[in-house]
Design a protein around this ligand. Structure first.
Ligand code: PEP
Length: 257
């Protein structure tokens, strides 16, 4: 859509320590500048591990690097006796702008259900962080329910009680496509992203549906990004593996429709 600036988001997962992260962001910025990239045409965000956030923020501030900074998770709590947790308030203090919530790896390895995801969405919004709400079906879900039923249900719960004016991002990530090299087809992605936009419309209204960016994620690379970006309801990509390779990620950011 014309009114939505595309968003390319790099989920680094548990990769790159703070020194590697700083070097990576510097190289990515140089690669884009060398290519005379139009930084206004697309929003870019990186989601490093928590321990990298301060260093990456300091670099981006000092070198005026126009990327967004995101975290990969947050606590549902404000502060207190929650060993190992990171609160939204702490992230905000580090100039973090957004936070991935409900990634399939959190859902699978940390038993995060839809109730926890919904609580985290509220915690993020409370602190002025944009939640990047991840939804998607497993291979088994796909076989038994088709592609859209599970992600639609997950998003309905995640948006319960969310204000119509809230700034959110939705990421459709079929679990079978994540890290598998087997991306969804652009048509499959479009079909589910359109249904997710309908959910945003039902829960938050027309304005929110028109404004909210819905990303596709799952084995996105330089070679397939343009085909996803041609879909009317796909507004960008959440990129895992390919966001860790400077030239590949730069090529994704410089996609041509
Ligand atoms: C992800 O984990 O969000 C993801 C999309 O990973 P990959 O691009 O490696 O499939």
């Amino acid at each position: 859509g014309m009114i939505r600036t595309p968003l390319i988001a790099g989920n680094w997962k548990m990769n790159l320590d703070h020194l590697q992260a700083v070097a990576f962001v510097q190289k990515l910025h140089w690669a884009l500048k060398d290519a005379k990239h139009d930084f206004e045409s697309v929003d870019v965000s990186v989601f490093p591990p928590f321990t990298d956030l301060r260093s990456v923020q300091t670099l981006m501030d000092a070198d005026k690097i126009p990327f967004g900074l995101g975290a990969q998770d947050l606590s549902v709590h404000e502060s207190g006796a929650y060993t190992g947790e990171i609160s939204g308030a702490f992230l905000k203090r580090l100039d973090v702008g957004s936070v991935i919530i409900g990634h399939s790896e959190r859902r699978e390895y940390h038993a995060e259900g839809d109730d926890i995801v919904a609580a985290k969405v509220k915690a993020a919004l409370k602190h002025g962080l944009v939640p990047v709400i991840c939804v998607g079906e497993t291979a088994e879900d796909l076989e038994t329910h088709g592609a859209s039923a599970v992600p639609v249900g997950q998003l309905e719960i995640a948006l319960d009680g969310v204000d119509a004016a809230a700034d959110i991002v939705v990421a459709y990530e079929p679990v079978w496509a994540i890290g598998s090299g087997q991306a969804a087809t652009p048509e499959q992605a479009q079909e589910v992203c359109a249904k997710l936009r309908d959910v945003v419309k039902t829960k938050l209204g027309d304005d929110a549906a028109a404004r909210t960016r819905i990303l596709y994620g799952g084995s996105v690379k330089a070679a397939n990004i343009a085909s996803f970006m041609r879909q009317p309801d796909v507004d960008g990509a959440l990129v895992g593996g390919a966001s860790l390779i400077v030239d590949e990620f730069a090529s994704i950011i410089r996609f041509q429709k």
